[in-house]
Design a protein around this ligand. Structure first.
Ligand SMILES: CC(C)(COP(=O)(O)OP(=O)(O)OC[C@H]1O[C@@H](n2cnc3c(N)ncnc32)[C@H](O)[C@@H]1OP(=O)(O)O)[C@@H](O)C(=O)NCCC(=O)NCCS
Length: 462
């Protein structure tokens, strides 16, 4: 395992890894070790040659407007273009779908191949992907004290609160925190951060599945981690839907696509900020999960389904476009947001929404589902209504407009749980960034805040 590797002389460590893997297959750590020096050199060059180069202006609207559009953060794994959507190390979603390996017997991209791409900027081979699945599965069981903690929580405690608590509690196991306490060199930080990140990613499915079991199916046995399955295959199995191949494929796609959305969104930024204090990955990601639990961010996927089901209840199955328009106006006039629409950066339909819609289009049973039809029909009219309403800068759907209805179709109907699935997914990007922040030696974050008095003074004499 990585942590043991970094504590042992390198030659011994290498032998112990290679005895457990195909001789010619790299681990994700090997792949990272290859790419880190070049990135470190590039950052050093940027700092020395362009440290004083101006790349944007700070306006009062940035300070009072949630820093929208302010270029103020380094995030390597993905970049979000307002019109085109997300690219992961330069690859668009359709390109990822072409080149990233799927699970055995599956077609959709999986968390492991996306993680490899995010971490290393390279496309993994099939063998590297399988090995990563194996490595995660081997680390996947929850420590008993975390099981006891989760089992002791009230059934009515929101699943996201439980997830954040479980992740924070895992920090008792942190290799980074233990090594830091012992005293390690800065150059070693990333190795222990990677070790913790791998353990955390590996354990998220068992943690999230235990929360699901406790809240919705108390007492039902949960299968152990199957070493031959990929991360999401195991997750779906532990949720109790392992025999549903289509749901498994959907969740593979959803979790891979939703893994990273550049750095400025609230959860990613929170993980980065907390991690910049050298908090361990468990604490940093737990903080991110509580940002994700807000209704303007990750909780939107539960809100979308609640809203669409209310629409269905009020209007019935046979809904016309005009009925939907009327319902949309009622939502807006009551001062609420239309969940699943709008975005802080995007100014066009979210390609993740389009990819999930495409998934539905290949399955006739999904196309017949009334809730999925409602989502599609809402997409036909909502941008027009939101444009007419005139407030939203982006009247188009984001990924959450589509994500819940497919889960609902396959019987995963407990929508208060949906953000937990997002929480399993977003760890891919947030933990990648933590590893890179330490490999690149990024400093603690400390932007300057201003009072209105100071802004007034600056405005008068900038
Ligand atoms: C995502 C979101 C938080 C982005 O917020 P933002 O960057 O401030 O968005 P905008 O700049 O377009 O907001 C301008 C105005 O339009 C409103 N607006 C934005 N999206 C809206 C929506 N879906 N429905 C109604 N009004 C919306 C905002 O509330 C804001 O109103 P205000 O001026 O009265 O404060 C926002 O679009 C939203 O609340 N969407 C619904 C929740 C959701 O789907 N979240 C998941 C995001 S991935």
């Amino acid at each position: 395992m990585l942590g043991r590797v970094s504590l042992l002389p390198k030659s011994v460590a290498r032998r112990s890894i290679s005895s457990r893997r195909h001789a010619s297959t790299k681990t994700i750590r090997d792949a990272l070790e290859e790419v880190i020096p070049a990135k470190q050199a590039r950052l050093k060059q940027l700092k020395t040659e362009h440290g004083q180069t101006v790349i944007g202006d700070i306006k009062v609207e940035h300070v009072v407007g949630g820093m929208r559009g302010l270029k103020a953060m380094l995030w390597e794994s993905s970049v979000l273009d307002p019109m085109e959507g997300i690219r992961f190390h330069g690859l668009s979603i359709p390109e990822c779908q072409k080149v990233l390996p799927a699970a055995p017997g599956g077609k959709e991209i999986i968390a492991e191949s996306m993680l490899w791409l995010l971490m290393t900027s390279k496309t993994p081979t099939e063998a590297e992907t399988r090995q990563l699945s194996r490595e995660l599965a081997e680390r996947g069981e929850l420590p008993e004290y975390v099981v006891q903690l989760i089992d002791s929580l009230p059934q009515s405690l929101h699943p996201m609160t439980q997830l954040g608590m479980g992740v924070a509690a895992l920090n008792k196991e942190s290799k980074f925190a233990a090594a830091y306490e012992r005293g390690i060199k800065k150059t070693e930080y990333w190795t222990y951060t990677l070790e913790d990140s791998m353990n955390l990613l590996a354990r998220l499915p068992a943690l999230a599945a235990r929360i699901y079991r406790n809240v919705y199916n108390p007492g039902k046995p949960i299968p152990g981690v199957n070493k031959d399955l990929d991360l999401v295959g195991n997750y779906v199995n532990m949720l109790g839907y392992g025999s549903n191949h289509d749901l498994t494929e959907y969740l593979r796609l959803y979790i891979a696509l939703h893994g990273d959305h550049e750095g400025g969104n609230a959860s990613a930024h929170t993980a980065h900020l907390v991690g910049s204090t050298l908090s361990d990955p468990y604490l940093a990601y737990s903080a991110a999960l509580f940002a994700l639990a807000g209704p303007l961010h990750g909780l939107a996927n539960q809100e979308v389904l609640r809203w669409q089901l209310n629409m269905q209840k009020e209007i019935g199955d046979n809904v016309s476009h005009d009925d939907i328009k009327e319902f949309l106006w009622r939502t807006l006039q009551s001062g609420q947001v239309v969940p699943g629409y709008g975005h802080g950066v995007l100014r066009s339909p979210d390609p993740r929404f389009m990819a999930l819609q495409k998934f539905c289009e290949t399955r006739p049973e999904l196309l017949k589902d009334p809730v999925i039809q409602l989502v599609k029909k809402t997409y036909d009219v909502a941008p027009g209504v939101l444009k007419e309403h005139g407030k939203t800068k982006n009247p188009y759907p984001n990924v959450d407009a589509a994500s819940g209805c497919v889960l609902y179709h396959y019987g995963l109907t407990q929508f208060k749980y949906y953000t937990v699935i997002f929480g399993v997914s977003r760890a891919l990007g947030c933990l990648t960034q933590l590893v890179w922040a330490r490999a690149l030696g990024l400093p603690i974050e400390r932007p300057k805040s201003l009072s209105m008095d100071v802004i007034d003074t600056l405005v008068k004499s900038p």
